[in-house]
Ligand binder design. Sequence first.
Ligand code: BTN
Length: 253
Amino acid sequence: MKQPSALFLGNTRMEFESLDSTNRYARSILDSGTPEGTLILAHNQTAGKGLASNTWYAQPHKNLSFSLILYPRHLPGNQIFLLTCMVSLAMVKTVKNFFPEIPVQIKWPNDILINGKKICGILIENTWKSNQLHTSIIGIGVNLNTTEFPEELQAKASSLFLETSQETDSNAFINVFCSILEALYLQNRNNPRSDLKQHYLGALWKYQEWSRFEWDGAIQDGMIIGVDTGGKLAIQTRENAVKYFDLKEIVYH
Ligand code: BTN
Protein backbone atom coordinates (compact mmCIF):
# COMPACT_ATOMS: atom_id res chain seq x y z
CA MET A 1 0.00 0.00 0.00
CA LYS A 2 1.33 3.44 -0.94
CA GLN A 3 1.79 5.79 2.01
CA PRO A 4 2.96 9.19 0.82
CA SER A 5 3.82 11.76 3.48
CA ALA A 6 2.70 15.36 3.74
CA LEU A 7 5.02 18.38 3.97
CA PHE A 8 3.02 20.46 6.42
CA LEU A 9 -0.46 19.02 6.91
CA GLY A 10 -0.51 17.02 10.11
CA ASN A 11 3.16 17.62 10.93
CA THR A 12 2.24 19.40 14.14
CA ARG A 13 -0.01 16.95 15.95
CA MET A 14 -1.86 17.27 19.22
CA GLU A 15 -3.34 14.06 20.50
CA PHE A 16 -5.88 13.85 23.33
CA GLU A 17 -7.49 10.94 25.08
CA SER A 18 -10.71 12.93 25.35
CA LEU A 19 -11.99 16.34 24.22
CA ASP A 20 -15.45 17.81 23.96
CA SER A 21 -14.84 18.60 20.29
CA THR A 22 -11.64 18.80 18.26
CA ASN A 23 -13.14 21.67 16.24
CA ARG A 24 -13.85 23.59 19.42
CA TYR A 25 -10.31 22.98 20.68
CA ALA A 26 -8.86 24.06 17.33
CA ARG A 27 -10.79 27.31 17.53
CA SER A 28 -9.39 27.98 21.01
CA ILE A 29 -5.77 27.85 19.75
CA LEU A 30 -6.24 29.74 16.48
CA ASP A 31 -4.89 33.03 17.75
CA SER A 32 -1.76 31.75 19.43
CA GLY A 33 0.57 31.37 16.46
CA THR A 34 -0.60 27.85 15.67
CA PRO A 35 1.14 26.71 12.47
CA GLU A 36 -0.91 25.98 9.37
CA GLY A 37 -1.58 22.27 9.07
CA THR A 38 -1.82 21.60 12.83
CA LEU A 39 -3.84 18.46 13.49
CA ILE A 40 -5.85 17.89 16.65
CA LEU A 41 -6.91 14.32 17.32
CA ALA A 42 -9.16 12.98 20.08
CA HIS A 43 -9.69 9.29 20.82
CA ASN A 44 -12.97 10.19 22.43
CA GLN A 45 -15.22 13.20 21.78
CA THR A 46 -17.83 13.99 24.37
CA ALA A 47 -19.67 16.71 22.40
CA GLY A 48 -18.70 16.23 18.74
CA LYS A 49 -20.27 18.86 16.50
CA GLY A 50 -22.05 17.89 13.29
CA LEU A 51 -23.50 19.82 10.38
CA ALA A 52 -26.52 22.03 10.97
CA SER A 53 -26.02 22.05 14.78
CA ASN A 54 -26.37 18.27 15.03
CA THR A 55 -24.24 16.24 17.39
CA TRP A 56 -21.77 13.72 15.98
CA TYR A 57 -21.74 10.16 17.29
CA ALA A 58 -18.31 8.52 17.53
CA GLN A 59 -17.49 5.18 19.15
CA PRO A 60 -14.46 5.90 21.40
CA HIS A 61 -11.15 4.53 20.06
CA LYS A 62 -12.91 3.10 17.00
CA ASN A 63 -13.77 6.27 15.11
CA LEU A 64 -11.33 8.87 13.89
CA SER A 65 -12.12 12.37 15.14
CA PHE A 66 -9.71 15.09 14.14
CA SER A 67 -9.47 18.69 12.99
CA LEU A 68 -6.96 20.41 10.75
CA ILE A 69 -6.16 24.11 10.84
CA LEU A 70 -5.73 25.84 7.48
CA TYR A 71 -5.10 29.46 6.51
CA PRO A 72 -6.48 29.48 2.96
CA ARG A 73 -6.02 33.24 2.47
CA HIS A 74 -5.34 32.78 -1.23
CA LEU A 75 -8.92 31.62 -1.82
CA PRO A 76 -11.28 34.41 -2.90
CA GLY A 77 -14.17 34.68 -0.45
CA ASN A 78 -16.66 33.54 -3.09
CA GLN A 79 -14.67 30.38 -3.83
CA ILE A 80 -14.76 28.72 -0.43
CA PHE A 81 -16.83 25.82 -1.70
CA LEU A 82 -13.58 24.65 -3.31
CA LEU A 83 -12.40 23.75 0.20
CA THR A 84 -15.38 21.44 0.55
CA CYS A 85 -14.49 19.92 -2.83
CA MET A 86 -10.85 19.36 -1.81
CA VAL A 87 -11.61 17.83 1.56
CA SER A 88 -14.33 15.50 0.28
CA LEU A 89 -12.25 14.42 -2.70
CA ALA A 90 -9.24 13.81 -0.47
CA MET A 91 -11.41 11.54 1.69
CA VAL A 92 -12.73 9.63 -1.33
CA LYS A 93 -9.18 9.14 -2.61
CA THR A 94 -7.94 8.07 0.83
CA VAL A 95 -10.62 5.40 1.15
CA LYS A 96 -9.75 4.19 -2.36
CA ASN A 97 -6.06 4.11 -1.47
CA PHE A 98 -6.88 1.50 1.19
CA PHE A 99 -9.78 -0.22 -0.57
CA PRO A 100 -9.46 0.36 -4.33
CA GLU A 101 -12.59 -1.63 -5.24
CA ILE A 102 -15.01 -0.01 -2.84
CA PRO A 103 -17.78 2.27 -4.24
CA VAL A 104 -17.28 5.54 -2.37
CA GLN A 105 -19.25 8.69 -3.16
CA ILE A 106 -19.88 12.20 -1.89
CA LYS A 107 -23.37 13.14 -0.82
CA TRP A 108 -23.69 16.90 -1.26
CA PRO A 109 -22.26 18.84 0.34
CA ASN A 110 -19.69 16.65 2.07
CA ASP A 111 -20.93 13.38 3.49
CA ILE A 112 -18.88 10.41 2.38
CA LEU A 113 -20.91 7.32 1.56
CA ILE A 114 -20.16 3.69 0.91
CA ASN A 115 -23.03 1.67 -0.54
CA GLY A 116 -25.32 4.59 0.27
CA LYS A 117 -24.37 4.69 3.97
CA LYS A 118 -22.42 7.48 5.65
CA ILE A 119 -18.92 6.55 6.76
CA CYS A 120 -17.52 10.06 7.21
CA GLY A 121 -18.80 13.51 8.09
CA ILE A 122 -16.99 16.79 7.51
CA LEU A 123 -17.56 20.07 9.31
CA ILE A 124 -15.66 23.09 7.96
CA GLU A 125 -15.78 26.20 10.14
CA ASN A 126 -14.31 29.43 8.77
CA THR A 127 -13.36 32.79 10.20
CA TRP A 128 -13.23 35.96 8.12
CA LYS A 129 -11.33 39.25 8.20
CA SER A 130 -12.62 42.12 6.03
CA ASN A 131 -14.48 39.80 3.66
CA GLN A 132 -11.38 37.67 3.26
CA LEU A 133 -11.20 34.07 4.41
CA HIS A 134 -8.84 34.04 7.38
CA THR A 135 -8.84 30.57 8.97
CA SER A 136 -10.54 27.25 8.31
CA ILE A 137 -11.02 24.44 10.76
CA ILE A 138 -11.53 21.22 8.86
CA GLY A 139 -13.30 18.78 11.20
CA ILE A 140 -13.33 15.17 10.09
CA GLY A 141 -15.15 12.25 11.65
CA VAL A 142 -14.49 8.87 10.04
CA ASN A 143 -16.28 5.71 11.08
CA LEU A 144 -13.11 3.73 10.64
CA ASN A 145 -13.22 0.62 12.81
CA THR A 146 -16.64 1.28 14.31
CA THR A 147 -18.38 -1.96 15.17
CA GLU A 148 -21.79 -0.67 16.24
CA PHE A 149 -24.09 2.33 15.96
CA PRO A 150 -27.03 3.45 18.08
CA GLU A 151 -30.26 2.05 16.69
CA GLU A 152 -31.42 5.36 15.22
CA LEU A 153 -28.28 5.57 13.04
CA GLN A 154 -28.09 1.98 11.88
CA ALA A 155 -30.06 2.47 8.64
CA LYS A 156 -27.97 5.46 7.53
CA ALA A 157 -24.48 4.99 8.94
CA SER A 158 -21.77 2.44 8.43
CA SER A 159 -18.03 2.10 8.89
CA LEU A 160 -15.10 1.03 6.78
CA PHE A 161 -14.80 -1.99 9.04
CA LEU A 162 -18.44 -2.99 8.60
CA GLU A 163 -18.22 -2.53 4.81
CA THR A 164 -14.92 -4.34 4.28
CA SER A 165 -14.52 -6.64 7.33
CA GLN A 166 -11.00 -5.25 7.70
CA GLU A 167 -9.52 -3.04 10.39
CA THR A 168 -7.67 0.05 9.18
CA ASP A 169 -4.71 1.57 10.98
CA SER A 170 -5.76 5.03 12.09
CA ASN A 171 -2.31 6.63 11.82
CA ALA A 172 -1.76 5.30 8.33
CA PHE A 173 -5.22 6.56 7.33
CA ILE A 174 -4.54 10.06 8.69
CA ASN A 175 -1.12 10.22 6.99
CA VAL A 176 -2.51 9.28 3.58
CA PHE A 177 -5.41 11.70 3.98
CA CYS A 178 -3.07 14.57 4.92
CA SER A 179 -0.77 13.99 1.99
CA ILE A 180 -3.64 13.78 -0.52
CA LEU A 181 -5.39 16.85 0.87
CA GLU A 182 -2.12 18.77 0.91
CA ALA A 183 -1.49 17.94 -2.75
CA LEU A 184 -4.97 19.18 -3.74
CA TYR A 185 -4.59 22.29 -1.59
CA LEU A 186 -1.21 23.27 -3.03
CA GLN A 187 -2.31 22.45 -6.57
CA ASN A 188 -5.27 24.77 -6.18
CA ARG A 189 -3.10 27.49 -4.62
CA ASN A 190 -0.65 27.34 -7.51
CA ASN A 191 -3.24 26.87 -10.24
CA PRO A 192 -6.64 28.20 -9.22
CA ARG A 193 -8.15 26.97 -12.47
CA SER A 194 -7.66 23.33 -11.58
CA ASP A 195 -10.64 21.12 -12.28
CA LEU A 196 -11.52 20.35 -8.67
CA LYS A 197 -15.20 21.02 -9.12
CA GLN A 198 -15.45 18.59 -12.07
CA HIS A 199 -13.79 15.87 -10.01
CA TYR A 200 -16.14 16.62 -7.13
CA LEU A 201 -19.16 16.30 -9.44
CA GLY A 202 -17.74 13.07 -10.83
CA ALA A 203 -17.85 11.56 -7.33
CA LEU A 204 -21.23 13.03 -6.39
CA TRP A 205 -23.98 10.65 -5.30
CA LYS A 206 -27.08 10.77 -7.57
CA TYR A 207 -25.43 13.24 -9.95
CA GLN A 208 -27.42 13.46 -13.19
CA GLU A 209 -29.94 10.85 -12.04
CA TRP A 210 -33.64 11.48 -11.49
CA SER A 211 -34.20 11.13 -7.74
CA ARG A 212 -36.80 11.93 -5.08
CA PHE A 213 -36.28 15.02 -2.94
CA GLU A 214 -38.37 17.07 -0.58
CA TRP A 215 -38.46 20.83 -0.95
CA ASP A 216 -41.09 23.50 -0.34
CA GLY A 217 -42.94 20.93 1.79
CA ALA A 218 -43.52 18.46 -1.07
CA ILE A 219 -41.80 15.27 -2.23
CA GLN A 220 -40.90 15.65 -5.87
CA ASP A 221 -38.56 14.49 -8.64
CA GLY A 222 -35.36 16.32 -9.34
CA MET A 223 -32.01 15.74 -10.94
CA ILE A 224 -28.76 17.11 -9.53
CA ILE A 225 -27.09 18.95 -12.39
CA GLY A 226 -24.36 20.82 -10.52
CA VAL A 227 -23.31 22.96 -7.60
CA ASP A 228 -22.97 26.73 -7.94
CA THR A 229 -19.89 28.72 -6.88
CA GLY A 230 -21.37 29.37 -3.44
CA GLY A 231 -21.98 25.64 -2.95
CA LYS A 232 -25.74 25.59 -3.54
CA LEU A 233 -27.11 22.40 -5.05
CA ALA A 234 -28.56 22.90 -8.55
CA ILE A 235 -31.58 20.72 -9.24
CA GLN A 236 -33.43 20.39 -12.51
CA THR A 237 -37.17 19.90 -12.04
CA ARG A 238 -39.57 17.87 -14.23
CA GLU A 239 -40.80 21.24 -15.53
CA ASN A 240 -37.27 21.97 -16.81
CA ALA A 241 -36.64 24.72 -14.30
CA VAL A 242 -33.38 24.87 -12.33
CA LYS A 243 -33.62 25.48 -8.59
CA TYR A 244 -30.77 26.18 -6.15
CA PHE A 245 -30.79 24.92 -2.58
CA ASP A 246 -28.92 25.50 0.65
CA LEU A 247 -28.37 22.71 3.15
CA LYS A 248 -31.57 23.09 5.14
CA GLU A 249 -33.81 23.69 2.13
CA ILE A 250 -33.81 20.21 0.61
CA VAL A 251 -33.96 16.63 1.84
CA TYR A 252 -33.11 13.46 -0.09
CA HIS A 253 -35.76 10.70 -0.11
C1 BTN B 1 -21.55 15.94 9.93
O1 BTN B 1 -22.54 16.22 10.63
O2 BTN B 1 -21.66 15.20 8.97
C2 BTN B 1 -20.20 16.53 10.27
C3 BTN B 1 -19.56 15.76 11.36
C4 BTN B 1 -18.17 16.25 11.69
C5 BTN B 1 -17.60 15.51 12.90
C6 BTN B 1 -16.17 15.87 13.16
S1 BTN B 1 -15.43 14.80 14.34
C7 BTN B 1 -14.04 15.83 14.44
C8 BTN B 1 -14.52 17.26 14.34
N1 BTN B 1 -14.84 17.79 15.66
C9 BTN B 1 -16.15 17.99 15.82
O3 BTN B 1 -16.68 18.41 16.86
N2 BTN B 1 -16.80 17.71 14.68
C10 BTN B 1 -15.89 17.28 13.64
